[in-house]
Design a protein around this ligand. Structure first.
Ligand SMILES: [Zn+2]
Length: 241
């Protein structure tokens, strides 16, 4: 026959374990949060690279149009050169030709650089897209594992809730009231066991005379003189027997 107080101890163990499981069920593992952060970082880089790509493409279009214009100007000036009649106009047209040639040269250089940038952008977009898809797969797998673990934990918690209910029916209300009154003030721990002649909660020594009394009256309420918790004597915990 189990004593009321040993049931009260089991009751507390069930409550604490239910609370721990509820916390675990609410908290994503560190590995999942790290993966989510990583994915967000890569997504941002991908977005930035895509907008760089668009900007470079626009620049490329503008520069190409400008290059065409310079080439047309050059042609025009070169044909003008045939028609000028005085030295002043001649050197003015020569200056224009010179300027158009320089612009063509510079713009072509710019276009080469832009082309290289665009190639780099395209390569980076492919790379980031691939990393993202891999990381997303990893995350899906981790979430699945988490759900599987949760299933076990939910089953365990539900079973403990049943254990708690059953004990609530078996333990007299008077004991439960005293227990909750202490537990509320003491971090949820209202009952302590006697282990090696000390209180399992605060580790203070308990007088041997008191331990003897507790053993004689296993269902009377005795309290730890230091932490005021209910003391339970569990024979299984007693090394001296
Ligand atoms: Zn104590």
């Amino acid at each position: 026959m189990r004593t009321i107080l040993s049931k009260l101890w089991d009751y507390q163990v069930a409550i604490l374990e239910i609370a721990r499981l509820n916390r675990a069920l609410r908290t994503y593992p560190e590995s999942i949060r790290a993966l989510e952060t990583e994915i967000k970082t890569v997504e941002k880089r991908l977005e930035k690279t895509k907008s760089d790509f668009e900007e470079n493409k626009n620049n490329q279009k503008n520069r190409e149009e400008y290059l065409e214009m310079c080439k047309r100007n050059l042609e025009k000036y070169e044909s003008d050169l045939m028609e000028v009649t005085n030295q002043k106009d001649y050197s003015a047209v020569l200056n224009e030709i010179d300027y158009a040639k320089k612009e063509i040269h510079n713009t072509e250089e710019e276009l080469i650089k832009l082309f290289e940038e665009i190639e780099k952008n395209e390569k980076a977009v492919d790379e980031y897209t691939e990393i993202l898809s891999e990381k997303q797969k990893e995350l899906d797998k981790a979430l699945e594992d988490f759900k599987a673990t949760n299933k076990e934990q939910i089953a365990k918690r539900d079973q403990l809730i049943q254990v708690k209910k059953k004990l609530e029916e078996e333990i007299p209300l008077k004991y439960l009231k005293v227990f909750y009154g202490i537990a509320k003030k003491r971090n949820g721990i209202g009952v302590a066991t006697i282990e090696k002649e000390t209180c399992s909660a605060c580790h203070m020594k308990i007088r041997p005379q008191k331990i003897n009394e507790i053993k004689k009256h296993p269902d009377s309420l005795y309290y730890c003189e230091n932490c005021q918790r209910i003391l339970v004597y569990l024979p299984d915990n007693d090394d001296s027997q």
